[in-house]
Design a protein around this ligand. Sequence first.
Ligand code: FES
Length: 98
Amino acid sequence: MPPFIRTSILKRGEPFEILVNGRPVTAFAGESVAAALLARTDDSSRHSNLFCGMGACFGCLVTVDGVPNVRSCATLVRPGLCVETRYTASLPSANANG
Ligand code: FES
C-alpha cells in the first residue's frame, strides 16, 4: 500500500485572480481552470459537468477569454483569465431558409 500523503504539506502555486462569470476568483499557478472552478463554493461559478477530468469527454466546456468550447480540465489558469461557465454555444437555426 502506498504511503499516505498529507495534503496539508503539498504546496500550491502562487495565487492570482481570474474572472468567472464576471466575478473575481482566486486561482493558483499550475492548476487547471476546472480545479479553480471546483474550489469555489458559490453555485454561480461551480462546475457541474466535469466527468473524465483528463480532456477526453468534452463535458467541461467553458468559454475562455471569449473563445467558446474550451476544455476547462485541460486548460491551465493564468492571471486575468476570463471564464464563462454559462452555456453560450449557438445552435443552428431550425429554419433551413435562414
Ligand atoms: S472533464 Fe472530460 S474533457 Fe474535461
